[in-house]
Unconditional design. Structure first.
Length: 473
């Protein structure tokens, strides 16, 4: 690990890394809306004692919800700190990875300049599931590079229980990095087995193993559900790609390919391993997106090959002084992050105070529930317009695990929601519980829900929500 950079250059890079963190920090504040609101509500119900997947349901990995629950123990500041630490963990992992093959200067550029810029790119959604899995992925790659394959395998197992879509990319990248080292691969498999066994034991102790397993097949069906319009294997793959066919994704893919081409043409023993991991991760990412991609946030998966490809360029024989290298790294990273408008960073900084205030505000859902109501057994009817309604409702009992529904849910699942809601004392009805064009299954669900509410509940409107209490309760 040669280090010929003078102290002045090292000081410059440290200052640049600090400035990068300062510029990106305002982007890391989660908002309690859409999917993040659901994640927070699941975490709050876990802290209230509910059982994951049985007492409260969502379809993400268990370790992700445990992480959000830990963040919520510290309140809103825990959520922001959690995002910052995940970026820092990813950056440190990238730094250690590149340092194992190249100079400290290149490792600093890759780890603390390129990695955070790419991670906070245009497809980054604060508080979503990809960042924790990516952080664990780079931890696993670091353990491979530093010849700790058992630890690497253990980290890979944690990736699978955090975000299953990131796992194939992490596995393939780790295997590419230790290509030709059969003993290391076997030791990695041992670590993976230990990790999987540990998580299974935890789920078993918490009574969550069986309900977790019951979500796996429905999750596979969900990724190939009614949103997928193609016929046959090729049609399904093209349909997935069409759903996530955003222009900036093409820019990221082009930047990755350009970096890989440069790294290949200027390959050396240091960059060869990183090139191998980068091109493998790109192929794995493309396969995962073509098989499962549905939403814009899934494209953050490209962060792994983007970071690895820029790292491969930095580890090649790119000859330049530190200042031009820093400028090249920032430019490459910005392009590989999706080339978002520079004003995006300025706007996030200007809105920092408002975003922080909104994060700490009591959710409107919660205020509607507690106004004039006593804690009781409750259900929620509505889509992912959840503002983190479970914050402050620890004394309430969630009666129906599926507290959010979608037009593409199956008729059977929607029927179970209404059957369950018929037995609770209070129902929170959100503005999204309304008919939609060309959604007959959903519209029938809404009509049946309204019939249930009109027949046995008394509803009050509060700030756009309806809080319906059972008549006589």
């Amino acid at each position: 690990m040669p280090n010929s950079s003078p102290p002045r250059d090292m000081a410059l890079l440290i200052c640049a890394a600090a400035a990068t963190a300062l510029v990106l920090f305002p982007l890391l504040i989660p908002a309690h809306d859409f999917d993040r609101g659901i994640f927070v509500s699941v975490a709050e119900r876990l802290l209230a004692g509910d059982t994951l997947y049985a007492g409260v349901w969502d379809n993400k990995g268990p370790l992700f919800y445990y992480l959000v629950a830990c963040e919520r123990l510290a309140g809103s500041i825990g959520e922001v700190l959690g995002e910052f630490l995940l970026v820092a963990l990813s950056s440190h992992g990238c730094f250690k990875l590149v340092a194992a093959f190249s100079s400290v200067r290149n490792a600093l550029l890759a780890g603390f300049i390129a990695a955070p810029i790419i991670l906070a790119g245009v497809y980054y959604f604060p508080g979503y599931t990809h960042l924790p899995a990516i952080a664990l992925s780079f931890t696993a790659l670091t353990f491979v590079a530093t010849e700790r394959p058992v630890s690497s395998g253990f980290a890979l197992g944690l990736v699978a229980f955090t975000n299953i879509l990131v796992a194939p990319v992490a596995f393939c990248s780790a295997l590419a990095l230790c290509w030709g080292r059969a003993k290391a691969c076997w030791r990695m498999a041992l670590g993976l087995a230990l990790s999987v066994a540990s998580v299974i034991a935890l789920l078993l102790v918490r009574g969550e193993l069986r309900p977790f397993l019951d979500t796996v097949i429905p999750n596979l069906a969900y990724s190939q559900g009614s949103l997928i319009k193609g016929h046959g294997l090729i049609g399904h793959l093209l349909s997935h790609l069409a759903l996530i066919n955003f222009d900036r994704a093409k820019l990221i893919a082009a930047a990755i390919c350009a970096c890989l081409l440069y790294a290949r043409l200027h390959s050396n023993p240091a960059s060869a391993a990183l090139f191998r991991a980068a091109i493998t991760s790109l192929c794995a990412s493309a396969a995962v997106l073509a098989a499962t991609g549905l939403w814009r946030q899934h494209l953050q998966l490209l962060s792994i090959p983007a970071i690895l490809s820029v790292s491969a360029v930095l580890a090649s024989d790119l000859k330049s002084r530190t200042v031009p290298m820093l400028a090249i790294t920032i430019l490459l990273s910005w392009i590989a992050s999706g080339g978002g408008p520079p004003g995006r960073y300025i706007e996030a900084s200007l809105r920092f105070g408002d975003n922080w205030k909104a994060l700490n505000a009591v959710p409107r859902d919660t205020m509607a529930m507690v106004a004039g109501s006593k804690p009781s057994l409750y259900a929620r009817l509505g889509k992912n317009d959840d503002g983190g309604h479970a914050i402050g409702l620890a004394r309430w009992k969630l009666g129906c695990a599926r507290f959010h529904q979608y037009p593409f849910d199956t008729n059977d699942n929607l029927k179970k929601v209404l059957d369950c809601a018929a037995g609770v004392e209070t129902i929170l009805v959100t503005p999204s519980f309304a008919p939609e064009q060309d959604q007959p299954v959903w519209n029938r669900f809404v009509a049946q829900g309204e019939a249930l509410l009109s027949s046995g509940f008394r509803c009050e409107r509060r700030d756009g929500f309806r809080v319906c209490r059972r008549t006589g309760a």
